[in-house]
Design a protein around this ligand. Structure first.
Ligand SMILES: [Zn+2]
Length: 251
């Protein structure tokens, strides 16, 4: 089996498919990990908001108790007011009552503010809860989908790796080492189609976009051995349209 453009193109496609599968197999768990981390921080934010709401309710209860105590104190003072005989004591009690009523007014304002804050906080917590729930089900769905794909993708990758090993039969024995080194260096991009302008007989490597020498181009067209780009070292083969062109013209 010779290292024709078709065979090399097929080998290149197999390497690219293997890379795409390997990428998916590694990015899936990474994406899941970052989504799970995001979910955890959302849940923490929700917990914090719940605690803050709980604390606000506790503070509200305290203010309501304080208001009751203030009212009871004023009621006591009013009873005393009816019992005092001396004018200056009466005045002092009146002042005290006026002062306590003002404090009560402040407490009432604080309670009203607390109610509206609690209302807003409750709505915010409900929103966070709904979002966290939606996000959790999205993450779970992503995980299920990812896990259901992992098995088939691994099998597919194994098949492609086998196909690569078989397709590598086209590599001449004496070029195997260099082929391996090139694959190691460039991965799935170790092979590059050559774009050819047949009118002027000029070809360029699509790996590095440098024009190749006419002699190099002839080697690529003859495809007896692997031809390596002198600039980037990639394995060259004729691009599909060029290949058809040569086939058409040579037949
Ligand atoms: Zn190149």
């Amino acid at each position: 089996m010779p290292a024709t453009a078709e065979n090399l193109r097929e080998l290149h496609q197999l390497h690219q498919r293997a890379k795409a599968l390997r990428d998916r197999l590694t990015t899936g768990p990474k994406t899941l990990g970052s989504r799970q981390a995001a979910l955890t921080s959302r849940k923490t934010a929700l917990e914090d908001a719940r605690k803050a709401l709980q604390e606000a309710k506790v503070q509200l209860k305290k203010r309501e108790h304080a208001l009751q105590a203030q009212q009871a104190k004023i009621d006591d003072l009013k009873v005393k007011l009816n019992q005092v005989k001396k004018n200056d004591e009466y005045k002092a009690l009146q002042n005290q009552i006026a002062h306590d009523k003002a404090s009560m007014g402040n407490t009432e304002d604080e309670i009203l503010n607390a109610y509206s804050e609690i209302e807003a906080q409750t709505a915010a917590v409900a929103k966070l809860e709904a979002e966290a729930q939606q996000f959790a089900s999205d993450v779970a769905a992503f995980q299920t989908q990812m896990e259901s794909q992992t098995g088939p993708q691994k099998l597919q990758l194994e098949e492609i790796e086998k196909a690569i090993a078989e397709a590598e039969a086209i590599i001449p024995e004496e070029q195997r080492d260099r082929y391996r080194r090139t694959i190691k260096q460039h991965g799935a991009d170790a092979l590059a189609p050559v774009e050819v302008d047949f009118k002027s007989h000029i070809g360029s490597c699509t790996g590095c976009y440098v024009t190749i020498t006419p002699q190099c181009l002839n080697e690529v067209i003859n495809a007896a051995n692997l031809t390596f780009c002198k600039t980037c070292g990639r394995i060259l083969y004729l691009a599909e349209e060029d290949h058809h062109h040569t086939r058409r013209t040579s037949s």
